[in-house]
Design a protein around this ligand. Structure first.
Ligand code: FMN
Length: 173
């Protein structure tokens, strides 16, 4: 069992998946239960998570993401959507334009780490046509898809990617 710091360091974007190995429902449930422990503005959880398993729909998501085919290969795709109107009920415009986006992003980040802890891999996908994704998923109201998280058993072991030095990204005052 990895500790938290090892888990974080073992997360790499996975773009090749074992297509014959589905994600066990209990693992998926544990990932989602862990993700929703994330903090949210006013504890409102101003997001919706769409869990896509249907192969035809995953293929459509891959097309909406400009042909990023690994989205169709991974057995599960979680679509994290902000719910601006829910956040607006408590926080007005700041909730609508900022908190709902932060809520949905934080819950997705928690999910991505829970995926590693569950022995699976993922890639966060942000390059997609929002309107096409919203239409294909039949998203109601103002729900805005912000991130796709493809999940499955890895069929590759990527090298660690480069990071900027801490003194380039951290300022002490
Ligand atoms: C906001 C955001 C958008 C991203 N969009 C894509 C994407 O559309 N396609 C993709 O293959 N990877 C995407 N990534 C993954 C990054 O390319 C990846 O996290 C980065 O290169 C660092 O590699 P690592 O995740 O292995 O540490 C995205 C990551 C983030 C946070």
């Amino acid at each position: 069992m990895w500790d938290f710091f090892q888990t974080v360091r073992h997360r790499h974007s996975i773009r090749r998946y074992q297509t014959d190995m589905p994600v066990e429902p209990e693992k998926l449930h544990a990932i989602l239960e862990t993700a929703v422990t994330a903090p949210s503005a006013g504890d409102l959880q101003s997001y919706r998570i769409i869990c896509v398993k249907q192969p035809a729909l995953r293929e459509e998501l891959a097309q909406a993401a400009y042909g990023q085919q690994f989205i169709a290969e991974a057995p599960v795709c979680l679509v994290f959507c902000s719910d601006p109107e829910r956040a607006a009920t408590a926080y007005g415009d700041r909730g609508r334009t900022l908190f709902s986006i932060q809520d949905a992003t934080i819950v997705a980040a928690y999910a991505q780490l829970a995926v590693v802890a569950a022995g699976l891999g993922s890639t966060w996908v942000g390059r997609f046509d929002e309107l096409a994704v919203a239409q294909r998923l039949g998203l109601e109201g103002a729900l805005r898809p912000l991130a796709l998280l493809c999940i499955g058993y890895p069929a590759e072991l990527p090298e660690s990617s480069h990071r900027r030095r801490l003194d380039e990204v951290v300022t002490y005052r």
